[in-house]
Design a protein around this ligand. Structure first.
Ligand SMILES: [Zn+2]
Length: 141
């Protein structure tokens, strides 16, 4: 079956490998980070600590890290993409993810360790203010 992707996020292979290493290092907790992109092309990776109270169950980037990342992305007029991992469940936004995403407006990349010890895989989503989820495609360049 061929599914027409609604949008495509391009990630350089070197950055994608860094993301996989970061979320794998955090396993079995959730791990998070941000990416800076220009025209849906990722140009910078900002791996962060997970500031959630229960990191096995949710992930949040701390206020301090968010401000630092925002300021840096501002330097090149980029957009922020949020990424995190799901240790057990599918790489699909949870109800709580949707709740946060519809307020932030970020593109979400979610990794799943569902097939652990195989490497985690990722999917990408846009979530509108009404909470509707649209899946895009990740192109590793
Ligand atoms: Zn999640």
């Amino acid at each position: 079956m061929v599914v027409e992707a609604s949008f495509v996020i391009h990630i350089p292979a070197s950055i994608y490998q860094e993301m996989v290493a970061h979320v794998s290092a955090g396993y079995p907790n959730e791990t998070c980070g941000a990416l800076g992109s220009l025209d849906e092309r990722v140009i910078k990776n900002y791996p962060t600590a997970n500031a959630a109270e229960h990191p096995d169950d949710f992930s949040i980037i701390s206020e301090v890290d968010i401000v630092r990342i925002y300021n840096d992305i501002d330097e090149y007029d980029g957009d922020m993409i949020y990424y995190h991992s799901h240790p057990i469940t599918e790489a699909y936004p949870s109800a709580r993810d949707i709740d946060w995403a519809k307020r932030s407006g970020y593109v979400y990349i979610i990794f799943s360790h569902r097939l652990h010890p195989e490497p985690p895989y990722a999917r990408v989503f846009k979530i509108n203010p009404q909470g509707q989820v649209t899946e895009g495609q990740i192109a590793i360049d």
